[in-house]
Design a protein around this ligand. Structure first.
Ligand code: DQQ
Length: 533
């Protein structure tokens, strides 16, 4: 197979070659951001997993350093799988990760920096007291992995959670330790949910109430503070989270009654975004989220290209003012890559005539647009049986005309619009108020036949009183990360247009609904290449 390399990204994190998956142990330490990630040094498919390591001062430009943790001991000889970093008192980082041991059991190990004076913490050592946690007789040794960042209770003991399952029940197994070396299983789970299957990469953290964006460090409890618990579902490869409350005295997490606790629950992202993890950025006092964006291309194509997998642009996360869901926004630092700028105000979109936005590198761009709908009067009725937004988006794809919408962006488009990816909204009228649907339709994204072109969708929890809705898309060759309604609904998609390098990508804004929609403002930038060696 011959493949082109113009699907490589310009500002999304990816190493020069080979397979990557989960972000691991992200942390901010002495002014440096560390990103570790699951990496196969030998090829573009999953296997031989070690922790590759890159460092940064701005979360956007990265320098690779040597692999931090790789199979070398009995307790991790078959793979160094996911885990998290904790910064212990005295400013001492420690990593807990899953090792696949010589009998293929999943065990939990510790690793510590060899030299704390090295600003990049290049070398990590595995103390001889490893493994620190072994699966006991009640735990399935092949479903026991991905330790969280640990936290200290008021009794001074450390707590950590490990993802697992019992039958079909997803479980978050809690362990306690006085010294971070000897760990004991607690009497009960931190949390569990029937029928979800294996919980990979659990994450738990506090968020401020009242719409405040300031992040909170590991598991503080207090007035006005809520908690987020996220899991990655192995069976369906999707991340969902609940909003709830963690209590120190019971050591349990309880989701709010209205927060759905299964795969129909809240999503960070309705597209390709998995095994995500947050960390507290003590430098900028914010909580930052990373996610792995898998390929939609075929395995033979991945192998021919020699690489597979990306990391998302890090996203700041905070609790929405309504306290029902999170809001996400690309970290401000990504804006340092903004280059040539295009602006447009108060432009009416004529139905069926896509408007081309010229003057930027549309294959490597940041687009921020706000739409204004003239009137919501004639909005189509929302059928309450439409509970699954992804299915609704698949039935009402970009070509299906409506009343209010579809309107939005056509990105990574060929000149004649033979190929494009459409990110758009539709607005419906429900009993009380309006329902906003956001879709990402990949069905025309590429002439290639065998790739995954699943349509994605999510509802956007915004109120439409001002008849305005915003959409921001980070477009980067084979990835489009879209943030609808100010970051209330996010969809990431991987697409592989076949246009060659000479025929560069184009960007359009469109409206295929019968109601008039105006671009109240549009700002779009060519994006510079980030330094990611
Ligand atoms: N990936 C890791 C596991 C984790 C899974 C192995 C999630 O630790 O459960 O590469 O993608």
């Amino acid at each position: 197979i011959t493949v082109s390399q113009n699907h490589r990204t310009g500002f999304h994190f990816q190493p020069p070659k080979n397979w990557i998956n989960d972000p691991n142990g992200p942390m901010y330490y002495n002014g440096i951001y560390h990103l570790f990630y699951q990496y196969n040094p030998k090829g573009a498919v999953w296997g031989n997993i070690e922790w590759a390591h890159s460092v940064s001062t701005d979360l956007i430009n990265w320098s690779p350093v040597e692999p931090a943790i790789y199979p070398s001991e009995k307790f991790d000889i078959n793979g160094c799988w996911s885990g998290s970093a904790t910064i212990l008192p005295g400013n001492k980082p420690v990593i807990l990760y899953t090792g696949v041991d010589q009998s293929n059991r999943q065990v939990q190990n510790a690793a510590i920096p060899k030299n704390l004076a090295d600003p990049y913490l290049k070398e990590w050592i595995k103390p001889s007291y490893n493994p620190v946690i072994l699966p006991d007789k009640d735990i399935n040794a092949s479903s026991f992995r991905d330790p969280t960042t640990a936290w200290q209770g008021p009794d001074g003991q450390w707590r950590v959670v490990i993802g697992s399952k019992t039958g079909k029940e997803g479980t978050a197994i809690l362990y306690k330790s006085k010294d971070f070396i000897h760990w004991e299983k607690a009497q009960h789970y931190l949390h569990s949910s029937k029928e979800t299957g294996m919980w990979e990469c659990p994450d738990i953290y506090p968020v401020s109430g009242g719409g405040r964006r300031d992040g909170l460090d590991t598991l503080v409890v207090g007035k006005g503070v809520k908690h987020v618990f996220k899991v990655s579902l192995d069976d369906t490869k999707l991340d969902y989270y609940t909003i709830g409350q963690y209590q120190h005295d019971t050591d349990q997490y309880v989701p709010d009654r209205e927060s759905v606790d299964n795969k129909a629950g809240l999503r960070y992202d309705h597209g390709k975004f998995y095994a995500s993890k947050t960390f507290y950025d003590a430098g900028k006092k914010r909580r930052v989220l990373w996610g792995w964006m898998n390929e939609s291309d075929t395995v033979p194509n991945d192998i021919a290209k020699g690489w597979a997998g990306l990391q998302s642009i890090p996203r700041m996360v905070w609790l929405d003012k309504n306290e029902r869901q999170l809001v996400q926004w690309p970290v401000d630092e990504v804006e340092s890559l903004r280059d040539r700028k295009v602006k447009l105000f108060n432009k009416v979109l004529v139905k069926g005539e896509p408007l081309q936005i010229k003057g930027l590198t549309a294959e490597q761009a940041d687009v921020d647009v706000e739409f204004e709908i003239e009137s919501l009067e004639k909005a189509e009725a929302f059928d309450p049986s439409w509970t699954d937004p992804q299915i609704l988006c698949s039935h009402k794809g970009v070509e299906v005309e409506g009343v209010i919408g579809p309107f939005g962006l056509k990105v990574l488009a060929s000149k004649g619009l033979e190929e494009y990816t459409a990110i758009f909204f539709r607005v419906f009228k429900a009993k009380q108020d309006h329902v906003v649907l956001m879709c990402s339709d990949q069905s025309r994204s590429s002439k290639e036949l065998d790739i995954d072109k699943t349509t994605y969708g999510g509802f956007v929890d915004v109120n439409m009183v001002d008849r305005r809705i915003s959409l921001r898309s980070l477009i980067d060759h084979s990835v489009v990360e879209s943030f609808g309604g100010g970051g209330r609904t996010c969809i990431t998609t991987r697409v592989y247009p076949t246009m060659d390098v000479e025929d560069q990508a184009n960007l359009y804004v469109f409206n295929k609904g019968s109601e008039t929609v105006k671009i109240s403002k549009l700002k779009a930038w060519s994006m510079k290449k980030a330094e990611i060696a």
